[in-house]
Design a protein around this ligand. Structure first.
Ligand code: PRP
Length: 183
């Protein structure tokens, strides 16, 4: 969906499709160099990360495996609730594996903090985190992603996988949602 279709709902465009793909291409090369010959398990945290795992996986030029987990923290609000719930677990056994977690956004850090705790108990060889966006000022937990697409202000973003009430994920850019939509 294009900007023109929903322009009254969007305060500003933060990243165009080209900027998004260029950044993921760069990070894909870094991951390729680091993991050549190691076949990491790349774990996408649904639903938001679906877009990013698909893009990133194609830019990693060595073997990987892909699995998914689903957590929920926001419900139908624009603020992270802090109540993180695992809804769907992995299919794969991760003991002794190199793990790369793929997130769309790191906000308070509650989701990743809980997720890392669950995964570490399963004895993987290593765990690193990719997040496409990070709201640096919102972070409440000690989470340090190895790869970050972009740092953003503490604003509610939609598009390119990011939703409000499950809508706007299909925008072909990332933008800031007009508060009138949710107030
Ligand atoms: C979003 C996002 C992260 C999490 C980040 O998921 O995809 O998983 O919130 O927030 P936190 O750092 O404050 O925990 P959400 O629950 O909105 O589900 P979604 O991926 O289906 O959009």
């Amino acid at each position: 969906m294009r900007y023109e279709t929903v322009k009254e709902d969007i305060v500003k465009i933060l990243f165009t499709e080209k900027q998004i793909i260029d950044r993921i291409t760069t990070i894909g090369k870094e991951i390729t160099n680091e993991y050549k010959g190691r076949c990491p398990l790349v774990i996408g945290i649904l639903k938001g990360a679906a877009t990013y795992i698909e893009l990133l996986a194609k830019k990693i030029d060595t073997h990987i495996e892909i699995d998914y987990m689903t957590f929920s923290s926001y419900g139908n609000s624009t603020k992270s609730s802090g109540n993180v719930k695992m809804i769907m677990d992995l299919d794969e056994n991760i003991e002794g594996r190199d793990i790369i977690i793929v997130e769309d956004i790191l906000d308070t850090g509650n989701t990743l903090y809980n997720l890392m705790h669950i995964l570490k108990e399963r004895n993987p060889k290593s765990i690193e985190v990719f997040t496409f966006l990070r709201k640096k000022d919102a972070l409440q937990k000690p989470i340090t992603p190895k790869w970050i697409g972009f740092d953003i202000e503490n604003e509610f973003v939609v598009g390119y996988g990011f939703d409000f009430n499950q809508k706007y994920r299909n925008l072909d850019f990332i933008g800031v949602l007009n508060p009138k939509v949710y107030s």
